[in-house]
Design a protein around this ligand. Structure first.
Ligand SMILES: [Cu+2]
Length: 274
């Protein structure tokens, strides 16, 4: 029953939040509480794990508060002038050792399950390679004719109406929905972090190393994120913008993008991915 309540709070918040904006965009809102609505199975599991932890914390806090109140009322100097001399109670000591262990097990099991679920995809259908640079991203589609392009933030003065400031980029990542996308992340210079809250993805891009995660986007729309690792002077100016489209629209986009970006070939020197 508790879980059902826990689910209600974030989903009610999500309804309130999405009511104000078009359902397609997932980005931070003023006065936002809780997470952005989940757009991948990973984020759904992160949210339900968060709900579980929330109710465990509430139960522990209320229990400790009740104990404190009980002691303050029952055992203060006035109502209990001659205190008991008891120092040990074996049953009680066993309980306060065993119960916290059980609570930790209840937390650890879903936590490890989630960690392994987030780590890598079982059957990747395509790969997206993310390379970070000071201070922009480049994206590579090795399964689509080695299509690649750079993605820079659009400065505030060039924004069109409706485009969010500090989140809009010139060339967005386009991905198909309902597809297991393997995400490989690395860096050309310093450590950055490719983070998209609605996907539950927050992966370090480390020079000399390739990290792996995955996404399976369940809803079409535009999703925003940012570099999440303090990387240098323009750290706040390297947003991530992902547009999720149907598989057919994605196939069409790759054909157009190949022509578009072939005209401006990019030279990226990434020792880590060779
Ligand atoms: Cu960065």
């Amino acid at each position: 029953m508790f879980t059902r309540f826990a689910r209600l709070i974030p989903s009610a918040a999500a309804i309130l939040l999405t009511a104000a904006v078009p359902a397609s965009a997932s980005q931070p809102r003023p006065w936002q509480m809780t997470f952005q609505p989940a757009a991948t199975p990973v984020m759904e599991q992160i949210q339900s794990f968060n709900d579980l932890l929330f109710w465990i914390i509430v139960a522990i806090t209320l229990f400790v508060l009740a104990l404190l109140c009980y002691c303050a009322i029952k055992f203060n100097e006035k109502s209990n002038p001659t205190p008991s001399k008891t120092t040990h109670n074996t049953a009680l000591e066993v309980i306060w050792t065993v119960v916290p262990i059980l609570i930790l097990v209840v937390i650890a099991v879903p936590s490890f399950r989630l960690l392994y679920f987030m780590d890598r995809t079982d059957k990747p259908e395509m790969t997206l390679k993310v390379v970070s640079h000071q201070w922009y991203w480049s994206y590579h589609y090795p399964d689509h004719g080695n299509l690649n392009f750079t993605s820079n933030m659009v400065p505030a003065e060039d924004l069109k109406p409706g485009q969010p400031r500090l989140l809009t980029v010139d060339n967005e990542v386009v991905l198909p929905v309902d597809t297991n996308v393997r995400v490989l992340a690395t860096s050309e210079d310093v450590i950055h972090n490719w983070a998209v809250p609605a996907f539950g993805v927050k992966i370090d891009t480390v020079p000399g190393r390739t990290n792996e995660t995955w996404v399976r986007i369940t809803k079409e729309g535009t999703y925003y994120g940012q570099c999440s690792e303090l990387c240098g002077i323009n750290h706040g100016f390297m947003p991530v913008q992902v547009r999720a489209v149907s598989k057919a629209a994605f196939a069409q986009w790759t054909e157009e993008a190949k022509k578009k970006f072939a005209a401006t070939p990019e030279t990226v020197h990434v020792a880590a991915t060779r």
